[in-house]
Design a protein around this ligand. Structure first.
Ligand SMILES: [Zn+2]
Length: 279
């Protein structure tokens, strides 16, 4: 895809599901799910168009970021029925805590602690990331160790988060929504290379799913604990740091000593439509 091309969100109505790889009627997935953010009028760009401030007109969507990319079973029976409610609840809790503090004029604490059901939360995050690109016409999704591991984990509800996968999260106080299903990131100062990762960011949280991270590569954020939690309804406590927040463009806009590689057709950025007169 040329960086000046407008983005497509509508492919074929039938095709291979991005999650289960079965051929069927495709359904539209809301990224993030409705209930996390209010679907509003958004301007959609690819990451490259955003970084290069491309003059190409953004694609406008009247009701949020949606992709015709997964089958009805993955969309409704798995994401919608089993997993999204946990992501929606966690997002609302964080939003409420921040809102109450602000409305009461209180200074924010250093951190907040939350009880989550990680197996449901993570499957919701991973499902929407996998849904975040248009299927290739007439072809099943490309098989590779990282996306295969994510698909298998999502589909087998008795499985645990794969050993090579870590899920980092942080507070994301921005109205830009970002979904990137393939992002490699390397260091120019010898700290190593992450060959596979994917990202979902929307107010109030960002999630970065990282494959096979070399220990030398620095990521200074908290991870979802995964060792002891197996059952869908088992819970754990997570801490959300309200002080140590990265730059809003982290990690998709690389720092000076880093470089990224991504595919044009799998990096989407949505932001509220600008008012007339503000460029
Ligand atoms: Zn499916």
């Amino acid at each position: 895809m040329n960086k000046h091309q407008k983005i497509k969100f509508e492919g074929d109505r039938e095709g291979y599901c991005n999650i289960c790889c079965n051929y069927s009627q495709l359904t539209r997935d809301h990224i993030p799910p409705q209930g996390c953010v209010r679907p509003t009028s958004l301007e959609l760009r690819t990451l490259t168009q955003y970084i290069t401030k491309s003059s190409t007109k953004a694609t406008v969507s009247q009701s949020g970021l949606k992709m015709l990319s997964i089958c009805g079973n993955c969309n409704n029976n798995l994401l919608g029925t089993k997993y999204d409610s946990e992501l929606i609840e966690v997002s609302k809790k964080v939003d409420n805590m921040l809102r109450v503090q602000r409305e009461l004029g209180l200074s924010l604490p250093d951190q907040i602690n939350l009880i989550i059901k990680p197996q449901r939360l993570i499957r919701s995050v991973i499902g929407h990331i996998l849904a975040g690109k248009l299927p290739i016409a007439g072809k099943p999704p490309i098989s590779a160790p990282f996306p295969d591991a994510l698909r298998n984990y999502f589909l087998d509800q008795s499985s645990n988060i794969p050993d090579q996968v870590e899920i980092y999260y942080w507070l994301y106080p921005s109205n830009k929504q970002i979904v990137i299903s393939s992002l490699a990131i390397g260091s120019t100062v010898g700290e190593g290379f992450i060959s596979g990762s994917c990202l979902l960011k929307f107010y109030p949280l960002a999630f970065w799913v990282v494959w096979d991270k070399p220990t030398s590569f620095p990521i200074n954020f908290t991870k979802i604990p995964k060792d002891k939690v197996k059952g869908l309804d088992e819970t754990c406590e997570i801490m959300i740091d309200l002080r140590n927040i990265p730059h809003l463009d982290y990690p998709e806009v690389p720092a000076e000593d880093q470089y990224i590689m991504s595919r044009q057709d799998s990096t989407f950025l949505a932001q509220p439509k600008k008012q007339k007169g503000f460029g």
